[in-house]
Design a protein around this ligand. Sequence first.
Ligand code: GLC
Length: 746
Amino acid sequence: MHLRTPLLGILLLVAGLARGQTPASLTGDPRLDEKVSDLLRQMTLEEKVGQLMQHSSDDNATGPATKSNILNEIRSGRCGAMLNVTGAAYSKTLQTVAVKQSRLGIPLIFGYDVIHGYKTIFPICLGQAASWDVAAIEKADRIAAIEATSAGIHWTYSPMVDIARDPRWGRMSEGAGEDTYLGIQIAKARVHAFQGDDLSRPDTMLACAKHFAAYGAAQAGRDYYTTDLSEATLREVYLPPFKAAVDAGVATFMAAFNDLNGVPSSGNKFLLQTVLRGEWGFKGFVVSDWGSVNELQYHGYAASPRDAARLGFNAGVEMDMESKLYYPHLLGLVKEGKVTEEQITVAAGRILAMKARLGLLDDPFRYSDPAREKATLLRPEHLEAARDLARRACVLLKNDKQILPVQKEATVALVGPLADSRIDILGSWRGRGETSDAVTLLKGFQGVFPSDRLLYARGCDISGKDTTGFAEARAAADKADVVIAVLGESWDMSGEASSRSNLDLPGQQIALLTELHKSGKPIVVVLMCGRALTLENVLPLADAVLIAWIPGTMGGPAIADVVTGAYNPAGKLPVTFPRSVGQIPIFYNHKSSGRPQPPGERIQYKSNYLDSPNSPLFPFGFGLSYTKFTYDNLRVSAPILHAQGEPLTVSVTVRNEGGYDGEETVQLYIHDRVGSLTRPVRELKGFSKVFLKKGEEREVTFKLTPADLAFWRADLTFGPEPGKFEVFVGGDSDATLQDKFELAAD
Ligand code: GLC
């Protein structure tokens, strides 16, 4: 059945403006609009449905794979996109089948998880967030885009912008942590890094905001599990980074796996129509997560595969990733009158518009040049950027007696299961990062310490019960001036389908650390992990603790730079580190309750535990330096902020009073004392990174406007409410330096 509609009609349709309004351009370019409309005019219904199908290549499935005869699907026009196709040559092979052997020769679009690098692997995104260095994060994803686009990839399933308040959830590793404000800044930067200012450039690619929405709010921290939260919390905490991605022009969205308030995200009209299209005006297309449309059946939301296709498509999921349902079920649903051909034309048009914007309708092979790929991957400047961001990601949690930095004249015992692990240093979602390119801590330290003063012993495995390696590790410690124990999680203990119910160091690592501690030598623990861990049993055994996260290809040299003082650590925690799993969920921007437990001694009949303080082990925003920063002279420019008046200026003097030059992330928090809904005790509303030479001081200023004080109020409108506020400025979310102001009712 051919739908032959004149250009204007198709524009109206695809732009979703069938109500006779002036059609907004699909692609921003009339020439490309014409190309898209011309194709739609020629396409059969089956071919339009074909554009909505995304199949994985068989050699690198990132979900429960089901085999398909992919070449046949491409030739028949039943495949619009693929994922996990990497390499210029491979993409060229498949693109040639699409362009030369299908009826209309519509090129494929190739998507891939370029999450923290493509071939040059950067720290995991949680580690990147710990740098609070938005420019460095943007640079990392720009490099990732340059490498990935040289390897035939048009589209990344990134940024992952899920707020995560529960470290049992393994995918905390993939995002920007627990705070919405920090998450917004990073979401914007990542979208721009991938898409640039002009998608027609061959080194830019489509970005994808995922996983829409509130996937990180999984009950019990269990991946793929139920999420159930108020609309106010959804809008206040979880949606803003997605909105920021839309405002940054993100080309695509990925619908999530989770059941949100009883309606699975991949069948959720409130999310995909009311909010995404209606409130936010999103113009791109929505892809499902792997099989997430099919899974509507397992949620108990769809009664059959066809019902799942109907519910997913009618909710607004335009592309079917690996459910393999849209073809053929949408054809049947059109016949049954449950889906219209117009809807399918709109969806296909949005996908074709993105192919056009990438330049693929003009030149389908512009991303498939093996020579460009060879000249682009692992460039020295890419590796240097990876080393730099890995340094910036490190968070110093403890440094008693200034054990760190280690003197270069020292004899070092480098011990632990993660000191020389190539695969674990790359982490999950490592793209096409090769273990052969990974520089481990042992290799990094060998670049600093001569072999006679660098003693290495594995000590134990990451997991398991074997302690036979303890003696060798202890012997190394006995010979050394300082022990550096590299402990933590394996690469696959975080990321997708990697929730943990116990966040202690796994296996025999604590026992190993206990054995090393008996040597009486100073001990530095370097932790490689994809989440907040519970460290109460580590702290008494370590003089210093450095969180390196999962640092990527150049993790070894980066950590050596930090440990030896070539770089003064400046990272700040993007997530709260709990004392125990029993405290979870625990996050800094919590509510007061009607019986808040004051800091200090436990008071009966207050909100507290019989067996633990309420406070975390380390708060959001915390991170030490080798130097000492002090804050004073906090000033607010006026006692009253007026709706139409000048912004408030909040200023503070920061001093470097220690013995090292260093960088500090100055953080601004507010507390809205009274609201139509209860307000968090603290909210991050600004941060500024300042580099101060030793002895130097700087005045740091922030601006606050009424818009900065806005929240989702009791009537679910968004805006500020007059009243009293406190401001706090300091080096973490427990900042004590405070002042106050009032928002006038004018
Ligand atoms: C996975 C993940 C998603 C990823 C997709 C494609 O299941 O949930 O983050 O982008 O499938 O690999």
